[in-house]
Design a protein around this ligand. Sequence first.
Ligand code: NAD
Ligand code: DGY
Length: 381
Amino acid sequence: MAKPVQVEVWNPNGKYRVVSTKPMPGTRWINLLIEQDCRVEICTEKKTILSVEDIVALIGDKCDGVIGQLTEDWGEVLFSALSRAGGKAFSNMAVGYNNVDVNAANKYGIAVGNTPGVLTETTAELAASLSLAAARRIVEADEFMRAGHYDGWLPNLFVGNLLKGQTVGVIGAGRIGSAYARMMVEGFKMNLIYFDLYQSTRLEKFVTAYGEFLKANGEVPVTWRRASSMDEVLREADVISLHPVLDKTTFHLVNKESLKAMKKDAILINCSRGPVIDEAALVEHLKENPMFRVGLDVFEDEPYMKPGLADMKNAIIVPHIASASKWTREGMATLAALNVLGKIKQYPVWADPNRVEPFLDENAPPPAASPSIVNAKALGI
Ligand SMILES: NC(=O)c1ccc[n+]([C@@H]2O[C@H](COP(=O)([O-])OP(=O)(O)OC[C@H]3O[C@@H](n4cnc5c(N)ncnc54)[C@H](O)[C@@H]3O)[C@@H](O)[C@H]2O)c1
Ligand SMILES: O=C(O)[C@H](O)CO
């Protein structure tokens, strides 16, 4: 039998039992659930990643819905346990849901929610921060100062790359990739090359209009191009940022061969999912190409790193914090809670999962809808 898991209980007499596998930022999400007659149970176990067994214990005999995390393995075992407990709703507190077996959820008629729209800019800003930090060697320089090595200005000290006029390459120009592209184009006057399965017309229009604006002001216009293959982006771009979903088509999208195709002094940023890069191949590439720099928010075997990565001066590594702004994390918690609540209350699914502002307005009640259910069609809701 699974051992009991520690929880904190809100509104013990609530009719619907909703479990959150982690404490989440803010209290609005808790209040919204309580106002709608939910008993909210928040797991307070100290360990960071809960096992499937822990979550089965949390679900227990009666559970209407669960808010879970991207570190958890939501597959057959958990969805069957949730279904046995009478549950009909699950939401990841994340936009990515590669940790969820949606087919298994479909089998048990369980809605799967995610949280798009509220983390686009925050995540793009971290990708931009890593791009700048890598280009200007900020982390290396900071370590150098703290170690007391600075004994005066030198012409060759921490010389990096100028972004202005260079080419930024985006692989996966969806919500986050497009927001990042705009930041780099508008902020640093970089030219854009992107690769996506779909055309990003809005992004193209934006760069065209900005280029015309620059030209009208006597400046060199920025340009854009949609590449017909990822390789084109790898060969041509000076800074490449990865923003696709993780699925079979993007696993090890960047591998030994693709790394070789990139410029020797290129910068590679990954704020999508770790397995999009073959991390062992990346470590070898960083060793062989000291001018090549990388900024990583995500790792192939998270929370672990491949041997050697932590020793590389040309790598900047941060612990999956791309969506970690207060506003975004509180918003993600709210959206995840409302996904679960919406299914419990049999509300319809919101028509446009990218337009989530009405759910985030602290001064007004949220719409009676689930903000984003990825298997809505399959479940006929
Ligand atoms: N590091 C973080 O904290 C963090 C935060 C948010 C999102 N993410 C990750 O970023 C991903 C993207 O988020 P989003 O909101 O921009 O999603 P999105 O669906 O708007 O964009 C993903 C884009 O990837 C494209 N794509 C899919 N397969 C591709 C392929 N084989 N080659 C090229 N492009 C391909 C899609 O067409 C789409 O335009 C999420 O799925 C998640 O995994 C990470
Ligand atoms: O997919 C996501 O939402 C992130 O990885 C966490 O913000």
